[in-house]
Design a protein around this ligand. Structure first.
Ligand SMILES: Cc1ncc(C[n+]2csc(CCOP(=O)(O)OP(=O)(O)O)c2C)c(N)n1
Ligand SMILES: [Mg+2]
Length: 464
């Protein structure tokens, strides 16, 4: 401010001869906003205006002196000055609309624009959605029987899982939350691999050190699930930045819930992605609940989609229970993310039909009618089935055969996984450091001694 005023006086006294000196001073301080008005009465005004080109106040209509500074060039674009004391409203009034192709009856809405899906892809999508449903039923029951310690279902979000995965390629790097095993299924993770992880046997890639459902696969470009909410979101941005630097034709994709958008990581990641212009898709599954917290208590904004714009990110809201809409939205998002090297935010509206996890009973905090409505009237799998049936691609016989085969395969996978040896105890101490440090060696020695003293208190199937 002081520098700006001094500069203004100097220019006034020394006139045009000194204008070049003033110009060079400007380079030191590119934002002397207080000076903008002062220039109007300055004899060297015109000259200064040119030199302050990047931040100058300019006339929209050049009508008179008053109108002269109603538009200002400010980093990021032109800003209009207004004399009214007016605050931005807390909400835009109308809610952001939701992109949808299939109506509740599985018919395509006339006039809808969407990406064509071949019969082969369409049927794999359906088959994987059904597989996901059966996997949920069998693993959920296994947990209830005490055979695995924990499980978390994807019921109601099958279309989000499978259709978004179908619109990506295997080179796109996935950073999941925990309710997207369908993406991994689509990529070719076998039912045996799922079962090995849930049972924590010696073939589990995490060597039994994580709770069930913490899947991950190097082979399939799928980062291991990390339970602390939203930590995966900035990781995806970093990965997208590396894809950009390596000029790869791929993007990073990260999934998170409505609850995840309240974490600082979400905000830091969106801003970083926008500023660095990286090819990343932020996929928000807005399923209405974050355990027992409804979205009405999670945020006051119109969901997650509206926040994209605040960070300068192109965004879309989509019906998460419409597989065709999810497929089209992600397909287009991927194209834009890679071709234009930019982040895209997709918010899919859906509902968590199951309990949060096997540690939860959601009937304690939400009406059973609400759950039933979404489980039946809004089920994404049966809606999509109606569409493939209408195309003449599916029938009851195909349905029973699929369900019976998947069920058999899963029961077999569970039996094999359950019988498989557990990873040896020593693996508990590996893989964090390249060389196991002395303090961990010491802990390993103490643990082994303790087990020898109290063998009955430790699971006999874990090799010591
Ligand atoms: C940083 C952090 N805080 C709290 C939790 C406990 N927690 C686990 S899941 C969850 C709810 C997340 O809800 P949302 O992101 O909407 O995903 P959803 O479960 O609905 O798919 C919470 C609070 C956690 N895992 N990590
Ligand atoms: Mg949620």
């Amino acid at each position: 401010m002081a520098l700006s005023l001094a500069r203004s006086r100097l220019a006034h006294h020394l006139g045009q001869k000194m204008a070049s000196l003033v110009s060079s001073l400007q380079l030191w301080n590119p934002l002397p906003l207080e000076l903008v008005g002062g220039f109007s009465s300055n004899p060297i005004n015109g000259c200064l205006d040119r030199r302050f080109a990047s931040i100058k106040a300019e006339s929209a209509a050049a009508v008179d002196d008053h109108r002269c500074y109603q538009v200002m060039d400010f980093p990021g674009g032109k800003v209009m000055f207004v004399p009214e004391l007016r605050f931005l409203a807390e909400s835009p009034g109308e809610r952001i609309s939701c992109y949808r192709i299939l109506d509740d009856d599985g018919k395509t809405i006339s006039g809808s624009s969407f990406q064509e899906v071949s019969k082969e892809i369409a049927l794999k999508m359906y088959s994987d959605m059904v597989t996901l449903q059966i996997m949920d039923t069998i693993f959920y029951e296994a947990q209830r029987q005490g055979r695995i310690s924990f499980y978390l279902t994807t019921i109601g979000e099958e279309a989000i899982n499978i259709a978004s995965a179908a619109a990506l390629t295997i080179d796109d790097i996935v950073f999941p939350q925990y309710r997207e095993p369908g993406v991994l299924l689509w990529r070719g993770f076998t039912l045996q691999e799922f079962a090995n992880q849930c049972f924590g046997n010696k073939l589990d890639y995490g060597k039994g050190r994580q709770m069930p459902i913490h899947y991950g696969s190097n082979r399939l470009n799928y980062f291991t699930v990390s339970s602390p909410i939203a930590t995966q979101v900035p990781h995806a941005v970093g990965a997208a930045y590396s894809l950009k630097m390596d000029k790869k034709h791929a993007c990073a994709v990260t999934y998170f819930g409505d609850g995840g958008t309240s974490e600082g990581d979400f905000h830091a990641a969106l801003n970083f992605a926008a500023v660095m212009e990286v090819p990343v898709i932020f996929f928000c599954r807005n399923n209405g609940w974050a355990i027992s917290t409804p979205t009405a208590e999670q945020f006051r904004s119109d969901g997650a989609v509206i926040r994209g714009q605040a960070y300068g990110i192109r965004s879309i809201r989509v019906d998460g229970n419409d597989a065709l809409a999810v497929y089209s939205a992600v397909h287009a998002a991927r194209e834009m993310a890679i071709r234009e090297s930019r982040p895209i935010l997709v918010e899919a509206l859906t509902y968590r039909v199951g309990h949060h996890s096997t540690s939860d009973d959601s009937t304690k905090y939400r009406p059973v009618d609400e759950i039933e409505h979404w489980r039946t009237a809004r089920d994404p799998v049966s809606r999509y089935r109606k569409w493939i049936e209408r195309n003449g691609w599916w029938c009851d016989d195909a349905e029973s055969e699929l369900r019976s085969n998947v069920r058999k395969e899963l029961l077999h996978a569970v039996q094999v996984a359950e019988r498989m040896d557990k990873p040896p105890l020593a693996e508990l101490f590996t893989d964090v450091y390249d060389q196991v440090p002395s303090n961990l060696r010491e802990q390993e020695r103490l643990l082994t001694e303790l087990i020898k003293q109290h063998p009955g208190d430790y699971p006999p199937e874990v090799p010591v």
